[in-house]
Design a protein around this ligand. Structure first.
Ligand SMILES: [Zn+2]
Length: 281
């Protein structure tokens, strides 16, 4: 009952404010976020330099970045004053520091953190590619994960993240490793625009649509055109640092599309900004 009530209330709260029709007649402008995934296997200077270029590009197009950092990126940035100073500047400019967790047997590599007892790891059976044990080292619990990520976000706290789903193909205890203190989860691979969904007491799930090439930019642009104001649709764009490094023009085409729809970039927001605005209404 409590849960039912809160869903009802939340449903009401999530209606967006009347959209300002900024010159685009009869067309509502959906809130958009841009989640950038920083992978466990790519924390190096070359890709950090690509991220610097990407943030410059985003700022030129008035796009806000929601970084979803794995612990490997947090370690690298915290260990380097120059990188950390840049990150602090980005935060001041309105970008958000969020987290990304790769659970055990994630095809892109485990980040080393889990709430599974390390002693259980030796009994863990087989994943899709036939590994019976994770190849990566155990680094800590999900509380350790959050301590590290919150140091990276300080003085802010991490409230947004992508946490993957438990690997259904293995015998790893199928629990979602969604840490305390995080409220907004970006989820999915090709999730079309929709409103945020309340799936736990304070656990909101927002859709993300992976973009790695021009066909995907086109697909998401078409879905953007079909978003509905009454539904409170939001558009979530996710890509990786290595996608940008390999094809920066693809990401720029999405930024250009957004600029053509919303020249002032008023609806380009971070995930926590979208949610705070909606929950305050
Ligand atoms: Zn990832």
């Amino acid at each position: 009952m409590m849960k039912f009530m809160s869903v009802l209330i939340a449903g009401g709260l999530l209606m967006p404010a009347p959209a300002a029709q900024m010159g685009t007649a009869n067309r509502f402008t959906p809130d958009c976020f841009f989640a950038l995934h920083l992978e466990p296997t790519t924390a190096n200077d070359t890709l950090f330099a690509a991220v610097v270029r990407l943030v410059e590009l985003a700022e030129r197009y008035k796009v806000k970045v929601t970084f979803e950092f794995t612990p490997q990126w947090a370690e690298m940035i915290l260990a380097d004053e120059k990188k950390l100073a840049l990150l602090r500047k980005w935060q001041k400019n309105g970008h958000e520091v969020g987290a990304q967790h790769h659970p055990m047997f994630h095809p892109g590599g485990w980040d080393g953190y889990t709430d599974v007892d390390p002693k259980e790891l030796k009994d863990t059976r087989i994943d899709a590619v036939g590994r019976s044990r994770p190849r990566e080292k155990y680094l800590g619990t999900m509380s350790d994960f959050m301590r590290l990520l919150n140091r990276l976000a300080a003085p802010e706290r991490v409230v947004t993240g992508a946490f993957g789903r438990p690997p259904t193909w293995s015998q790893v205890p199928a629990r979602l490793e969604f840490p305390r203190g995080v409220f907004y989860e970006t989820e999915g691979i090709h999730e079309p625009p929709r409103p945020p969904r309340l799936i736990g007491r304070q656990h909101w799930e927002l859709p993300m649509f992976f973009v790695g090439n021009d066909a995907m930019v086109l697909e998401l642009s078409q879905m953007y055109e079909e978003t509905k104001e009454m539904e409170g649709d939001i558009v979530g764009f996710i890509t990786h640092e290595f996608n940008f490094q390999g094809a920066p023009d693809v990401i720029e085409r999405w930024f250009k599309f957004l600029q053509s729809k919303d020249p002032e970039g008023k609806h380009n927001k971070t995930v926590s900004q979208i949610m705070k605005e909606r929950l305050a209404e």
